[in-house]
Design a binder for this molecule. Structure first.
Ligand code: ZN
Length: 96
C-alpha cells in the first residue's frame, strides 16, 4: 500500500458578487385580449387598464362597424377608453 499524501486542494471560490441577477427587467405580462376598436392594436386586458364598453357607448365614439363586439361588450384598451371618455364628457366628469 502506497501512502498518498493528499495535497490540500485549493478551493476555487466563485465570488458571489459575480453572480448575475437573473432578471432585473420588470416582467410585463403580455396582453391577451386585443382591443376591439378596429383601428387600434392595443390590448384590453385588465392589467393593462382595459375596459369594456357597451355597444351603444362604442357607437357614439367610433361609429357602427368601427369596432368588434364580444359577448355584447366592447373591450377597449386604456387609450381607447380615454378617447371614449373624452368623447363622452358629461357633467359628472371633472376637468383637471
Ligand atoms: Zn384600443
Amino acid at each position: 500500500m502506497s501512502r498518498r499524501t493528499d495535497r490540500v486542494q485549493r478551493k476555487v471560490r466563485i465570488p458571489s458578487s459575480k453572480r448575475k441577477k437573473s432578471n432585473s427587467k420588470k416582467e410585463e405580462k403580455p396582453g391577451e385580449i386585443p382591443c376591439c376598436i378596429s383601428s387600434c392594436d392595443g390590448f384590453a386586458d385588465k392589467h393593462k387598464g382595459g375596459r369594456s364598453l357597451s355597444q351603444e357607448n362604442a357607437i357614439e365614439t367610433w361609429g357602427e362597424g368601427g369596432f368588434e363586439v364580444r359577448k355584447n361588450r366592447v373591450r377597449v384598451c386604456k387609450s381607447c377608453y380615454k378617447a371614449w371618455k373624452k368623447d363622452n364628457k358629461d357633467d359628472t366628469s371633472s376637468h383637471y
